[in-house]
Design a protein around this ligand. Structure first.
Ligand SMILES: *Cc1c(COP(=O)(O)O)cnc(C)c1O
Length: 497
């Protein structure tokens, strides 16, 4: 195929710079209008069967389509059916809106489109810088620790636990990379977590071949934090029984309630018993920025590995997670498949920094650093801190409003920006099965009405409504609207059940 033909088939009409510019401007106008008008659109709009089919039953057209037409179709068939996280009245799961400058960063990164594994290229130095910023936020020494940007918390935790497994094998004198878990000589490598730990930790344990039977569930206190005394007792017992306790997973902000574990206590126990301490801070690690929460986060930087998602509380557009490991060389020994004669070192020859492929799973890696750099640089440390402080204050305000509303019950006092509560029927009937069923109906009704959005979870086997405040534009009025919608839906559900 001639070069000319290639340009024609891939770039199409966009090979013309003027056409590219025009389409680019149209796209930006579309995004700018979308952001400006988002409050006047439903938070969430369920799709009709026809709208779904229009998307999924398309065939790849034989001939190419003009960019204008494609953008129009995007505006009509795709853009209105969002998850809702861009809307200031969205309080579901742990999904923040994209920072507006992060939206632009996605386009700029694609313009350069490097593979961020190896080379003397700007994107790698930028990644070193932003990972250093994140490490610094959570108290690590950015010079000593090693970190990389990954798809999200799940891969960050998988990466951290792989290093933990490597460490365990090295300590015990076997080679997991050569022998797999057979090298452990039949001993189970036990991991300690709680029933509040995110499911991605279990998934990582299964994928690493450790098996879900090696998971020990430690009890939690009234704030849903891991009970360190219970942890210590379990580890001692397991050791006495001939097992190999190897890792404890703490949480810096659980998904359910935003619980922050007591890291200093966990780190003390980990040190005493030679356990790896991994902290899942996918959502809440950046809560460490809050000046009044310093003591709650004490000891966080003693974690051997940490997961932190810039695409959660920092509003970097998905996907963007980060894993930080305190022992840089151990991380390299876990993943590096580069023979020594091909290794590159910063400042030696023309090599550029060591390949990121030596420290993680991926080889070809996207330019995630640009959206982190642009978003964090735009906000500054002060802007990031203000946002965390504001969200925590809004969550406390919501909790206070819940407590002041007779039809509502606060389930647990929020530590971060997540509030769990439930609707209580006005007739005084507290039958748990009925109250749970009413609250399930409340969730469904609120979600499909489209004026606000929240989700739910189970706490101590009871169904609870769950609101997380993560939008830069959410206000107290939006929280009032949320509770009004919940109370109205509750009254309707109560009549129905
Ligand atoms: C979202 C989340 C995860 C999973 O991270 P992904 O980015 O979805 O892979 C893990 N832990 C916590 C606490 C989370 O909030």
């Amino acid at each position: 195929m001639s070069e000319h033909h290639l340009i024609d088939s891939i770039a199409g009409s966009m090979a013309d710079p003027a056409a590219f510019r025009k389409l680019g401007h149209e796209s930006i106008d579309l995004v700018a209008d979308y952001l400006a008008n988002i409050r006047s659109t439903p938070v969430f709009r369920p799709m009709t069967p026809a709208e779904r089919d229009r998307l999924r039953e398309q065939r790849l057209p034989v001939e190419g389509t003009d960019g204008d037409i494609i953008i129009d179709e995007f505006a009509r068939d795709i853009l209105p059916f969002a998850m809702g996280n861009g809307h200031p009245r969205f309080f579901g799961w742990v999904n923040s809106p994209p920072a507006p400058i992060g939206i632009l960063a996605e386009m700029l990164a694609a313009a350069q489109d490097p593979s961020c594994d190896v080379g003397d290229i700007a994107s790698l130095y930028l990644e070193q810088a932003v990972v250093g910023w994140l490490a610094d936020i959570v108290g690590y020494d950015p010079q000593a620790a090693m970190g990389l940007l990954v798809s999200g918390g799940s891969v960050a935790t998988l990466t951290g636990l792989a290093v933990a497994r490597q460490h365990c094998a090295e300590t015990d004198g076997w080679d997991v990379r050569v022998d797999g878990l057979a090298g452990a000589g039949g001993k189970r490598l036990l991991t300690y977590l709680t029933d509040q730990t995110h499911s991605s930790a279990r998934k990582a344990i299964e994928l690493l071949g450790l098996g879900s039977a090696s998971v020990r569930v430690v009890s939690t206190d009234e704030m849903f934090r891991m009970d360190p005394d219970a942890l210590a007792r379990m580890v001692e017992q397991d050791r006495a029984d001939g097992h190999r306790p190897f890792c404890v997973i703490g949480s810096a902000g659980t998904t359910n309630t935003g619980a922050v574990d007591e890291f200093d206590r966990l780190a003390d126990i980990a040190t005493e018993h030679d356990l790896w301490l991994h902290v899942d801070g996918a959502y809440g690690a950046v809560g460490a920025l809050h000046p009044q929460l310093t003591s709650a986060y004490a000891g966080l930087s003693r974690a051997d590995s940490l997961a932190l998602d810039p695409h959660k509380w920092l509003s970097v557009p998905v996907e963007c997670g980060c894993v930080i490991v305190r022992d840089r060389e151990l991380m390299r020994r876990t993943f590096s498949l580069v023979p020594p004669y091909l290794r590159t070192e910063e400042g030696k020859g023309v090599g550029g920094p060591p390949s990121y492929a030596e420290y993680g799973i991926q080889q070809t890696r996207g330019f995630r650093a640009l959206k982190v750099w642009m978003t964090l640089r735009h906000a500054g440390r002060r802007g990031l801190t203000d946002q965390v402080v504001r969200h925590v204050a809004l969550a406390r305000h919501l909790a206070a409003m819940v407590e002041a509303t007779p039809a509502l019950e606060l389930v647990v006092r929020p530590q971060l920006s997540v509030v769990c509560f439930r609707y209580l029927p006005g007739d005084g009937d507290r039958d748990p099965v009925r109250v749970d069923a009413i609250n399930e109906l409340v969730e469904q009704r609120v979600q499909t009405e489209g004026t606000v959005f929240l989700t739910s979870t189970l706490l101590r086997d009871r169904f609870v409504l769950r609101a997380s405040v993560l939008h830069y534009a959410s206000t107290e009025d939006d929280l009032r609207a949320l509770l009004d919608a919940v109370c109205a839906a509750g009254a309707a559900a109560e009549r129905q059940l």
